[in-house]
Design a protein around this ligand. Structure first.
Ligand SMILES: [Fe+2]
Ligand SMILES: [Fe+2]
Length: 285
């Protein structure tokens, strides 16, 4: 295994190109996502695209309109987080669209599902598990045991997907890194979302799992995690709540591109991985 950025795959090998995108923030985020996918050659050149959609609609939650916009770009699955219920319309998505996940370790009575298996264009199966942290976050069930339970269920039911990835939506880097070690050797990838700040710790853990603490923001670049600096500063300086305002201007696309290849034993292993953090002029077509 290697994670050499920029190395080209051997075209004779069977490979899969998977794109993971963190928190996509409002209209600027959706625009940056479309352009980012385009710069990678378009959805046709990717075997799967997994996006965190908790900030899709004006920075607060997601709804049918904004989720549909992403699915039309070729998004395979959409994870979420603590902003899941900011838009009422999300209930329809959770009940009807298996592509939209909610944190697995929410209550069993919460609508929707927290882990699903998707069939990729080449017939391979991709399992996506959406977890949420408990450190500096609202109470939820244990994400570590929730991950154990779903992996055990997939094994018992003989539906273990060919590739398994985990979006751990959390605030604390320590909790996310602990999850990396908890799942090391049992899944292909553990990555974090929620902080809207990309970390520089992409690496393969000793057991073979690719790990990243946070993918970072896809949205307005000159912002305070998506919000206009003026609105954010006003609140911090005066303590007076300020109107929530999505920042405008230059765009930022943060993502993780992972190339998998078949090992001699027929298992998918990480061949390449590349962190992406690209600025983009707001007015470019
Ligand atoms: Fe977020
Ligand atoms: Fe979040």
């Amino acid at each position: 295994m290697s994670n050499t950025p920029g190395r080209e795959s051997d075209p004779s090998e069977e490979t899969l190109r998977l794109l993971f995108v963190g928190d996509v923030f409002g209209r600027p985020g959706r625009k940056a996502l479309a352009r980012g996918i385009g710069r990678l050659g378009g959805a046709a050149f990717l075997d799967a695209i997994v996006v965190n959609g908790e900030n899709l609609a004006g920075g607060k939650g997601l709804n049918t309109k904004t989720a549909t916009e992403c699915f039309q770009m070729g998004v395979t699955a959409m994870t979420t987080g603590n902003h899941l219920f900011d838009q009422k319309d999300v209930m329809v998505l959770l009940q009807k669209d298996k592509r939209v996940l909610r944190p697995l370790n929410y209550s069993d009575e919460c609508p929707g599902t927290g882990a699903s298996v998707y069939v990729l264009p080449g017939g391979q199966t991709l399992g996506v598990i959406n977890l949420i942290g408990r450190v500096f976050m609202a109470p939820s069930d244990c994400p570590f045991h929730a991950a154990d339970r779903v992996l055990s269920f997939w094994d018992r039911s003989d539906i273990r997907p060919d590739i398994t990835v985990v979006d751990f939506h959390g605030e604390a880097s320590g909790e996310k890194r602990a999850m990396g070690f908890h799942l090391d050797g049992r899944v292909h990838l553990v990555y974090g979302t929620h902080t809207h700040v990309q970390t520089n710790d992409l690496e393969i853990l000793p057991g073979g799992t690719l790990y990243l603490t946070d993918i970072g923001l896809t949205g307005p670049r000159w912002s305070v995690i998506g919000v206009s600096p003026e609105a954010a500063l006003s609140k911090y300086r005066t303590h007076v709540p300020a109107p929530f305002e999505v920042a405008s201007g230059e765009l930022l696309f943060c993502a993780l591109l992972v190339v998998l290849k078949k090992s001699g034993e027929g298992c998918w292993v990480v061949d390449e991985s590349r962190l992406i953090r690209e600025g983009d002029k707001a007015d470019e077509a």
